[in-house]
Write a protein that binds this ligand. Structure first.
Ligand SMILES: Nc1nc2c(ncn2[C@@H]2O[C@H](COP(=O)(O)OP(=O)(O)OP(=O)(O)O)[C@@H](O)[C@H]2O)c(=O)[nH]1
Ligand SMILES: [Mg+2]
Length: 464
């Protein structure tokens, strides 16, 4: 999860004030001191930190807040709103041309993620904005660069325009744009060469391309690991090229996240998308409010629901839900659910989106390999056993056979069948709930209803 340690530290400092009925200036000072340290440690630029803490403090000391019934919670909201402001308030998606093909050019330092993100972005915009993309291979310096883009294009089923490594970059791009227009493509994404350092020759070449084809967007890929150096890179590129936004890549790694919080404030260039892994669907539109929520451990229910609606077929889900209510849920249904979860991304990624769970994540030992192991175990059951889960729970010899067949330890098969039975029981409890409260819970999972608020009644909670 991005910003894991920043997120943990900030949450810890805020914990001293949340839920408090009264706050003094001193409490706020103490809290701000810690927030300041956590930001600096995350490699957020010191100017940004200074401004941020001053703003938060000033707002937090406002009378309306200190005299309110829950000053601590109000201060958390101030921190949230200021974080969001720092990152630019609103998401800034691609600005499409009203008529004709939109041209996006990716530029950046070597290894920053240009080629990968040409593919990711094309895939994302095809899916979400119903665009028909063409990719142009304009990195003629690294011999393998064109092949790399061709492979990505092949994986995605997206056409790549290329003229090999002998042609001139400006010619390749101009011809590619002409080709795209003649073939009815409405989105053109150009992969360009990277350099270890910003050098004049590269900048001149990129600038020539800009002058020849007038791209609608020039996006700069920035490796999130760069931390504060990102600012200099952005400034230097922007001096020479009309950069319209950044793609912050590799936000999935061990990055401290400082760049994400400094870029907008210091350069006024928006972060448009973030890259969250090597796979071609691991890209997201950058939403400052959702990111602020993730940092503060408030979860990101909106992203979660979006991912769920993408991965899950509603009709199928209803059928499954009915089966659960009737208590006839079997291993085939379970497999289907696992597939949905996998489609939604990594398990930790999903759990991190659920409010309050972020901080707990470290303690929970769920990884994607376990999901695969479960699939393997179920795969070793006979079709009859999958349809009749009772057989598995009742018969040690069947479990033994499945253990041998799947190559998983006997205890693991035992644990799975036991968990499956527990799950079934829990579903029956759920189906005993009245429909209205169920519907309420599903629409609004983060808000406790009167029914499940009290102690000991937690079994009625909607669980994901
Ligand atoms: N973890 C992670 N890895 C990424 C991400 N984006 C790219 N990578 C990896 O980073 C490496 C470099 O990515 P490329 O897309 O080839 O970078 P580039 O900017 O085109 O590199 P050059 O063409 O050599 O300048 C590859 O191994 C990618 O798989 C990301 O968001 N997360
Ligand atoms: Mg490349």
């Amino acid at each position: 999860m991005p910003f894991e340690s920043l997120s943990e530290r900030i949450q810890m400092s805020l914990r001293r004030i949340t839920g408090r009925g009264r706050l003094t200036e001193n409490d706020i000072d103490e809290m701000m001191k810690e927030v300041r340290l956590s930001l600096l440690e995350a490699d957020v630029n010191y100017k940004v930190v200074k401004n941020f803490t001053a703003e938060v403090k000033q707002k937090a000391l406002g009378e309306a807040i200190l005299k309110s019934l829950s000053p601590g919670d109000q201060v958390v909201k101030v921190v949230h709103d200021e974080l969001k402001k720092l990152m630019g308030e609103e998401a800034v998606p691609i600005a499409y041309k009203a008529n004709g093909a939109t041209i996006i050019m990716l530029v950046g330092l070597q290894g920053g993620g240009k080629t990968t993100h040409v593919g990711k972005l094309a895939n994302y915009l095809r899916k979400n904005d119903q665009r028909k993309p063409l990719l142009i291979a304009a990195d003629i310096y690294r011999p393998a660069a064109i092949d790399q883009l061709l492979t990505i294009g092949q994986q995605l089923g997206i056409e790549v325009y290329q003229e090999g490594t002998q042609a001139k970059v400006v010619d390749i791009v101009s011809n590619g744009v002409k080709y795209a227009k003649s073939q009815g493509f409405d989105l053109i994404i150009i992969d360009t060469a990277g350099r270890l350092h910003i050098d004049e020759v590269l900048m001149k070449e990129l600038d020539d391309v800009v002058k020849a084809i007038h791209p609608d967007e020039v996006l700069l890929t920035i490796d999130a690991m760069m931390g504060q150096d990102a600012i200099n890179v952005i400034t230097s590129f922007h001096e020479k090229l009309p950069i319209t936004g950044c793609i912050l890549t590799k936000l999935d790694g061990d990055t401290r996240g400082g760049a994400a919080l400094s870029i907008r404030y210091l350069t006024n260039i928006p972060i448009k998308y973030v890259g969250l892994g090597e796979k071609l669907d691991q890209i997201e539109l950058f939403h400052p409010d959702r990111m602020a929520g993730r940092i503060l451990g408030m979860g990101d229910v909106v992203t979660l629901i979006e991912k769920a609606t993408e991965a899950i077929d509603e009709e199928e889900a209803m059928k499954l839900f009915e089966k659960m209510q009737k208590g006839i849920f079997n291993y085939n249904d379970f497999l289907k659910q696992l597939k949905w979860i996998k489609k939604m991304g990594s398990m930790k990624g999903i759990l991190g989106l659920i409010p309050g769970l972020g901080a707990q994540l470290k303690k929970i030992d769920i990884d994607d390999k376990q999901l695969t192991n479960i699939e393997v175990i179920i795969g070793s059951m006979t079709p009859y056993e999958r349809k009749n889960p009772d057989l598995m729970s009742r018969s040690p010899s069947r479990r033994d056979r499945v253990s041998k067949g799947s190559g998983r330890p006997y205890q693991e098969v035992n644990a799975l069948t036991k968990r499956f039975e527990d799950m079934k029981k829990q579903m029956q409890v759920m189906s005993g709930m009245d429909q209205k409260s169920m519907a309420r819970n599903m629409q609004n999972p983060q808000v406790p209803t009167r029914r499940n608020k009290g102690k000991g009644k937690g079994r009625g909670n909607f669980r994901i």
